[in-house]
Structure formats: C-alpha cells, structure tokens
Design a protein around this ligand. Structure first.
Ligand code: ARG
Length: 588
C-alpha cells in the first residue's frame, strides 16, 4: 500500500500542477505544529523565487484548488505561505480499511528482494553467554525479522567463536589436569571416546581459570598458543577434544538463545572458514596484496584520506596461525559461495569497528566480494549498570545471561502476583513473556550505537516507555475484545467508520504510520524506530480508551467500528513486537 504521506503529497502535487506550478512543490510532511494542523506543505515558499510571486499568493491558489478534495477536511493558506492540512475522517477510515484487508498491514514487500546475511549472536564456544552478547542477539534478531518482513531473503548466522586462542587455552588446561587422556597421546590411532571428558559447568570453569593463568604464566601461554596452532593444523587428538567442547557448548547455547526467542538459520563457526584459508592466502600473495612483515603475512589497507591510522590486516601470524581477521575474511568467501549475498550485516560491539574497517577494506581490495556487495557494520554500544560502568553482578563479576533473565522473570512474577490471586503456573508463563519484553524493549528502544543503562526497575515498570507497558496495552485490548465477544459480538474487518472524536482520529492517524516506520527501520537498521512508533500508538490507544465508552456504546455500527479500530491497533502492535522479537500473553 502507498504510504499515507505519499497519497496526500500526490493530491497536493496535482493541485500545484493544476495551478501552473511544478508538481514537486506539493510534497507534504507531517506537521511540526500539531496544534494547528496534521500535515503541512512548504512548497509555496520554495517556489516563490522561481515564479516571482509572494508565497502566500501561491499557497492561496493551491488551497483554492484543494477545496473540493475528498482527502481534506481543511486546507488553509497561512502567512508567510504555509499550507496547513487536516485530512478528512472518511479518508483516514478508508485508508485503515485498506490496511485491514492487506496481508502485510500496508507494508509493501521489496520489489527486488535482496539476499542478506546477518552475522549476529557471535557467542564464543566454551565461554558462558554474558550480557555483552545479549545486545548482539537482541538487535540482530530484530533486524533479521524486519528484513524478512519486507520480503528479503535473510540468513541469520550465529558465527560462533571457536577457532582462536581460547580453544588452545582450554585444551592446555585440560591437558594440565588430565595428561593421561588419550587425546594427548600422539601415537594413538584408534577412535576417540564419544563421551566428553567434561560437563558444561566444568567447561565454564576451565576457561576463566586458563585465561587467568595465561596472564601470569608465560610457559602456559606459550603452550596454549602452540595448542591453538596444532588444532588449526588438524592434529587429531586436539581436533577430537575441540569437537567435544563444541558439542557440549552448543547444546547449552541453543538453550540460552531459545529462551531469548532468538533463532539462527545457521550455526556456523569461525572454524568453518578454515578450508578457505590456504587458497585465500595464496591468492593474496600471488596478486601482490599480501607480504611478509616481521614474519607475519599482512595486507595494507590504509587509504590516503584516513584521518586516523588504519593498521594493516594481519592475515597469518609468524607461527602460521589464523587470526580473527583471517577467519572473518575467509567467511566472506564461504558466504559468497553458499549464498552470493547482496549484503552482509555484522551486529557486533562498536569497539570492534576498526577490525571491521580493516576486514571490509581488505575484502574489497583483494576482490573477495563483488563490487556491489554491501558490507555493513552495525556497531552497538555498551550496556551499563546504574553506576555508568559496564553491567556487572552485585558482587562485581561478569553477569551471566541466564541469571539476568532469571532476575527479571522473578521481578515480573512478583509484580504480576502482587495484588491479585493468579494461577501460579500461568503467572510464571506470563512472567517469562513480560520479562523478555522488558529486556528486549529496554535494549531496542535505544539507538543501537549508543551506550545505555540497564535499569531493572525502569524496564520492568508497567508505566512509561517500556516493554511491559506495551504488552499491558495489548492485553487491555484483548480483554475488551473478549468482553465484546462474550456479549455476542463478532470481531470483523471492513466496517471502520470515519472518526467522531479527536482521540479516535489521533489513534487512526498513528496507525497509518506503520508502513513508513517499518521501511525506515529497515533502511537504517534501526529497530528503535519501531519502538517509538509503538509507544506513540499505545499512548494514543490508551487515550482513546479513557475517553470513549466502547462496550456501552448504543449505536451498534459505531461500536463495531470502535471494536475494529481496537483490533487493528492490536494487530499492528502485535506485528510490531514480533518484529522486535517478543510476544504478548493473553492476560496479565
Ligand atoms: N565472537 C566475537 C566476540 O565475542 C563476535 C563475532 C562477531 N562476528 C564476526 N564475524 N566477527 O567478540
């Protein structure tokens, strides 16, 4: 469906043209003086010079033309030459009726769908998921859903970290504890045990221990580096042990991401890029891009216009080990081979920006991507605690995601059960849904690139710009609709009437912004635009609800129209929160 602003603009453009002016002057925008009008056109001022006429004269002519239009209730020329517009209730109602019967609630699918890979999540194998990975998962999931809603072919890839030093550290620590394990016997040629020599909780303790050790123990660190290189070179026992680490860890990650309502299409890992590395390196050498510098193989990526230093990309370390950069470059090759994407979006902590500048430049220079392939870095800010420092546990440690979620669910459960008797099992279920909305909305309502403060009290509040408030509004609508049905009414579509009240019209106008909002959120990879849209919409709904007797309305046709307006609002809200990655309960 056309956006309402475009429909209105076309009408005004035609009026400009009919008066002998260039049509493009008729472009309309949302009013910045809502007290005076709903939409405005400033074209008369823009055209004044060209036509050597006072802007107000032009505005008056155009307004005269618009008098017969079915779109407008009022069209006024105002000094020095504004055209102030209010749309007619009949027109808005007609627009909403078209929305009701549109399968996508007015959002048009892309005419030329793109293939888009979204690289998000990015958890590291064998390290517990912590809040740092939360943002990537939440933002990436929403961006994925928005792209998909617009009809693009989207592949969400978790791109696990499984090929770096952390693997060498874990292997070395396991070896120090259990040197007798068969994985370390180089002469062993048989099959390796199917059972992992550790559980997930042991694994989660092994990594931090090893990591701390490597900072003080030179010998240990050297061994870990060697183990990393051995793993990458395919030493059998190391590879088998690594496979155990993966299996144990991925099972746990799937559970955690599942709890967040985050679903990946692909569970690829850094190591999947390994087969592409030798050929990539050869080609970079052969084509003269890569050269040896102090033993390491590097590619220059600095550009003349750089205002800050962009260091060369290190492709291989002097011991031949692949780095984060290497696997990211080789992954681009793999993705091109598997999907031939038009675009790859990386949802990663903004502190990694330099890494991605290097990777993108290197990929372009060395021809890993086609010229028109878009590589986009969607860098997000840090989630801070109330003290303004990166979010920590009460004890000052790194907060495990599981614990954070559990804390929020507990708080929601407390609030839900506070004042009334509810079924415990149902309340737990509801607390889960509302808790997730609190976390996700709290995150997504901020522009991704900004740091934000994780404020439990604020995020879980049923009032203000929060997830629970949005869910509460949806549940309120559902409850009215249910009461209407209990009284024998049926909720249908297509009977919306022109509004009679001001709050009703405001609500209707708010709904019409859905398509432009989703489009903008897509273009700018900006889920926060959807958040501010639904916050406005929820406010309009509640305002309308407080001012209108719905269930006791005596005029049946009017009541039907109210009910359909509520139902459409619900549908738009529920579709929007689905794009954000959460959903609403039936009651709360
Ligand atoms: N595993 C990385 C980290 O924890 C994030 C991976 C992001 N994606 C990528 N293609 N580099 O920092």
């Amino acid at each position: 469906m056309k956006k309402i602003l475009d429909v209105i603009s076309e009408e005004v453009c035609a009026a400009f043209e009919a008066c002998g002016y260039e049509a493009s002057y008729g472009k309309v925008s949302v009013s910045n003086r809502p007290d005076l009008c709903e939409y405005q056109c400033n074209g008369a001022m823009a055209g004044a010079k060209k036509y050597k006429k006072a802007p107000i004269m032009i505005a008056k002519e155009v307004v005269e033309r618009l008098q017969g239009s079915a779109l407008f209730e009022t069209a006024d020329a105002v000094n020095p030459g504004f055209i102030n517009l209010r749309v007619s209730g009949a027109f808005v109602a007609e627009y909403l009726r078209a929305m009701q019967s549109d399968g996508q609630l007015s959002v048009e699918k892309a005419k030329e769908p793109q293939t888009i890979v979204i690289d998000y999540g990015g958890a590291n194998v064998a390290k517990p998921l912590h809040v740092g990975h939360l943002r990537s998962a939440i933002i990436g999931e929403s961006v994925k859903r928005i792209c998909r809603f617009l009809g693009h072919k989207v592949i969400g890839d978790v791109h696990l970290g499984d090929w770096g030093l952390q693997m060498g550290l874990i292997i070395t620590e396991v070896k120090a504890r259990q040197p007798e394990l068969v994985y370390f016997d180089e002469s062993y040629e048989g099959d390796y045990p199917a059972e992992a020599p550790f559980t997930i909780s042991e694994l989660e303790e092994i990594y931090p221990t090893a990591s701390a050790k490597s900072k003080t123990d030179e010998q240990f660190r050297a061994e870990a580096l060697e183990a990393t290189a051995k793993l990458q070179n395919g030493v059998r026992g190391y590879h088998a042990l690594w496979q155990h680490i993966l299996n144990v860890s991925i099972a746990d990650l799937k559970k955690n991401y599942g709890n967040l309502n985050v679903e990946f299409d692909l569970w690829k890992k850094e190591s999947d890029a390994q087969p592409y590395i030798p050929e990539m390196v050869d080609a970079m050498k052969r084509d003269g891009y890569a050269y040896l510098d102090q033993g390491a193989l590097i590619v220059d990526v600095a550009e003349e216009s750089d205002t800050k230093e962009v260091p060369p990309c290190i492709i291989l370390k002097s011991d031949g080990a692949a780095l984060y950069t290497t696997t990211d470059l080789a992954t681009i090759i793999e993705r091109r081979k598997l999907f031939d994407p038009d675009q790859i979006i990386y949802v990663v902590d903004k502190r990694q920006e330099m890494h991605f500048i290097q990777v993108f430049r290197c990929a372009r220079r060395t021809g890993l991507v086609k010229e028109d392939t878009k590589l986009k870095f969607l860098g997000f800010g840090t989630m801070n605690g109330k003290d303004g420092k990166p979010f920590k546990t009460r004890e000052g440690g790194v907060m495990r995601l599981e614990h954070l979620i559990a804390d929020i669910e507990e708080e929601m459960f407390r609030k839900i059960t506070e004042n009334h008797e509810v079924d415990e099992a149902e309340a737990r279920q509801t607390a889960k849904l509302v808790g997730l909305s609190a976390i996700k909305y709290g995150d997504l309502s901020n522009q991704a690139s900004k740091d934000y403060v994780f404020d439990l009290d604020k995020f879980t509040s049923f009032e203000g710009n929060t997830g629970p408030y949005i869910l509460y509004t949806i549940v309120r609508i559902k409850s009215i609709l249910n009461k209407y049905k209990e009284k024998g009414g049926t909720v249908e579509k297509g009977h919306l009437l022109a509004p009679v009240g001001a709050s009703e019209k405001s609500l209707m106008l708010a709904i019409t912004n859905f398509n432009s909002t989703v489009e903008q959120a897509y273009e700018e990879c900006a889920p926060h635009k959807i958040c501010s849209f639904i916050y406005d919409l929820a406010n309009e709904l509640n305002h309308f609800y407080h001012e209108t007797k719905i269930l006791s309305e005596e005029d049946a046709a009017r009541q039907k129209s109210y009910i359909e307006l509520l139902d459409l609002t619900r549908e738009v809200l529920e579709t929007s929160i689905d794009l954000l990655g959460f959903s609403a309960p039936e009651r709360m």
